[in-house]
Design a protein around this ligand. Structure first.
Ligand SMILES: Cc1ncc(COP(=O)(O)O)c(C=O)c1O
Length: 388
């Protein structure tokens, strides 16, 4: 029997991280020792008290029933309190917040909730791949907004063709940014909110890395800090990187009521919400966010310095930023993203992500992630040094 898969699956580009995993497996099968700087998945443990709370809540039979697709009120109240304390943004937990199975789910499902076949969706390039894939699955047309180093990887709104802006339905944004590690500022968010209001575009800002920053005096902002932002947009956020909870699958979207309501309408038809015990544990994490965040930052700060120092010595150029778990590195002369990735894998046994896997404007870069123990990171840097 042969059942043909749907066209939308055939149109998919190969999933970047699946390809990297395959390369790692092949090397390991040959007995080679491979160190991966390829995937941004925190190696630091979820704080113990959050795990204990999950266990406690999991024993309560009340939590064994279907959860709501919109989320548990107690969790949403914890999100609202966090947004008030951290960003000074006021949110109504009932109507302006929805719980997600991680922000990835929301990013994919916002496309199903708003994009009709043929609609244009503005996408940062290089960028997190789900913006493009959600658009593709819902029949939309992606239009790349280049992130260029000369603009500090901020989108140049003036460069977007007016005809495209008029047709665009959604604009995806992501600062602090994966993969470039660039951070935004309130002026830029204000410009985006104005632009979106002018062209009637829904802004979806992805703030998954809001709590990985290295300058206490300029913490990443929320898009909802911009004036008029709630009229035009929503923000995705996540517990994944903030509390080292990638495997728990819990995130949320906040902002414009009508948009949140439509996303919920879609979700009630395809999911049944997140295990309430996970939401109780997530609420506990958010209540004490500052302590957990400081712990992570102290670890990442040391690793980032380790990499910066090593690259300064080797002469590898990188974008010096104050946020995220990534370092965006220029490939040396004579290489492109792919050939440099291959050299590092084949001659050093180090996995990195080629920049062009995030979009055509990522060509000429590789991304490395600092989510591995210091000793492995040091070993990887030693190996890279020997290859260059
Ligand atoms: C920019 C960005 N957004 C969203 C996500 C998804 O995070 P999650 O679904 O775990 O909340 C990731 C994960 O790596 C990411 O890099």
């Amino acid at each position: 029997m042969f059942i043909e898969e749907a066209d939308r699956l055939k149109e998919l580009p190969p999933y970047l991280f699946a390809e990297i995993d395959k390369m790692i497996i092949e090397k390991k099968a040959k007995g080679e020792n491979v160190i991966s700087l390829g995937i941004g998945d925190p190696d630091i443990q979820t704080p113990n008290e959050i795990i204990v709370e999950l266990g406690r809540q999991a024993k309560n039979p009340e939590n064994h029933r279907y959860p709501s697709s919109y989320g548990l009120m107690l969790f949403k109240e914890a999100v609202a309190n966090y947004y008030k304390k951290r960003f000074n943004v006021q949110l109504d937990p009932e109507s302006e917040i929805i719980t997600l199975w991680g922000s990835k789910e929301g990013i994919a499902n916002i496309a199903y909730s708003f994009v009709n076949p043929g609609d244009v969706v503005l996408i940062p390039d290089p960028g997190y791949l789900v913006y493009k894939i959600g658009t593709l699955f819902s029949g939309g047309i992606s239009h790349a907004m280049p992130l260029l180093e000369k603009n500090n990887f901020l989108i140049d709104l003036n460069r977007i063709d007016k005809k495209i802006s008029k047709r665009a339905k959604i604009m995806h944004l992501n600062y602090p940014n994966n993969p470039t590690s660039a951070c935004s500022n309130l002026d830029f968010f204000n410009e985006v909110a104005d632009f979106a209001a002018r062209f009637n575009i829904l802004v979806c800002h992805d703030n998954a890395y809001s709590e990985v920053y290295f300058d206490e005096n300029s913490k990443p902002a929320s898009f909802l800090n911009a004036s008029g932002s709630k009229k035009v947009g929503i923000e995705f956020n996540s517990l994944s990187k903030t509390f080292n909870m990638t495997g728990w699958r819990i995130g949320y979207a906040v902002g414009n009521k009508k948009i949140i309501e439509s996303l919920g309408k879609y979700k009630t038809n395809v999911d049944s919400g997140i295990f309430n015990a996970v939401q109780y544990a997530g609420a506990m994490a958010l209540r004490d966010y500052s302590r957990h965040v400081q712990h992570n930052i102290s670890i990442y700060r040391k690793r980032r310095e380790l990499v910066y120092n090593a690259f300064n010595k080797i002469g590898l150029e990188y974008y010096k930023s104050n946020s995220t778990i990534y370092i965006w590195v220029k490939v040396p002369k004579g290489y492109n993203s792919r050939s440099f990735t291959e050299i590092l894998l084949n001659n050093a046994g180090v996995v990195v992500t080629p920049g062009n896997a995030f979009g055509e404007y990522g060509e000429g870069y590789i991304r490395i992630s600092i989510t591995l123990p210091d000793s492995s990171l040091e070993e990887a840097l030693e190996r890279i040094k020997k290859v260059l």
